[in-house]
Write a protein that binds this ligand. Structure first.
Ligand SMILES: C[S@@+](CC[C@H](N)C(=O)[O-])C[C@H]1O[C@@H](n2cnc3c(N)ncnc32)[C@H](O)[C@@H]1O
Length: 213
């Protein structure tokens, strides 16, 4: 499956639902899906399910590709909790929803942790990571990145930036860049190190392109 059109379809769908002002950007959906696809992710923990755009992207991708992905997410906001089953339809039955990280209970077995919200235990996110886990922190959340990084002495990381502006069919201003986020590889394999090197070079080029445009 080509991950780009899939991310676009889900973004379009969520652009028209109630509460769309906090959904992940189309670029964020594409980036998490690229990580899932490239590194054969089998389990995901999402901090801040919101109204479910990231979860729906990953779970519908898994279904379309006959893959099984275990999905646990945290959310405490009442509005979001009522919207999740509405927005995710059948995919909602594949998510375990907990109030916060403490309720998930650390188990060192998630391959991908997506941070798109807040949690008092964010500094303990490493306790939820499998051996070669990836932590993707959406947007420019410098303080969260710093807290998470502190507990991961072997980690390597890269910022993954967009090189285009928000599409006009979404809820975000079409004058703004479509976002980006930080990927931290907690105990990188050779393939993950190569990915980081390539992304760093790519992000540099994208920033040059941004400046020139
Ligand atoms: C950036 S949002 C998370 C978005 C989420 N990953 C998604 O795909 O929809 C971060 C937090 O904002 C809150 N939130 C999201 N949408 C909201 C809404 N429409 N109204 C109130 N709070 C919202 C939730 O508590 C959520 O955990």
């Amino acid at each position: 499956m080509n991950v780009k059109p899939h991310a676009k379809d889900v973004y379009k769908k969520f652009s028209h639902v109630e509460g769309n002002q906090h959904i992940a950007s189309e670029y964020a959906l594409y980036t998490v899906l690229r990580l899932v696809d490239t590194f054969k992710i089998e389990s995901v923990l999402e901090v801040g399910l919101g109204i479910g755009s990231i979860a729906d992207t990953i779970l519908s991708y898994a279904k379309a590709n006959d893959k099984s992905i275990r999905y646990v997410g945290t959310e405490a906001n009442e509005f979001c909790l009522t919207q999740l089953p509405i927005n995710l339809h059948d995919n909602f039955t594949d998510i375990r929803v907990e109030n916060n990280l403490r309720d998930v209970k650390p188990n060192n077995d998630f391959d991908l942790i997506v941070v798109d919200g807040t949690d008092a235990q964010i500094g303990k996110v490493h306790e939820y990571c499998s051996d070669h886990a990836i932590i993707y922190i959406e947007g420019h959340r410098g303080s969260q990145v710093n807290v998470i990084r502190e507990a991961l002495p072997n980690a390597v990381e890269c910022f993954i930036a967009s090189d285009y502006k928000n599409p006009d069919y979404g809820p975000f201003p079409a004058t703004n860049w479509a976002g980006g986020g930080t990927a931290i590889f907690v105990n990188p394999t050779a393939a993950q190190r190569t990915f980081v090197l390539k992304e760093k070079a790519s992000t540099k080029l994208k920033y040059i392109k941004r400046k020139l445009s």
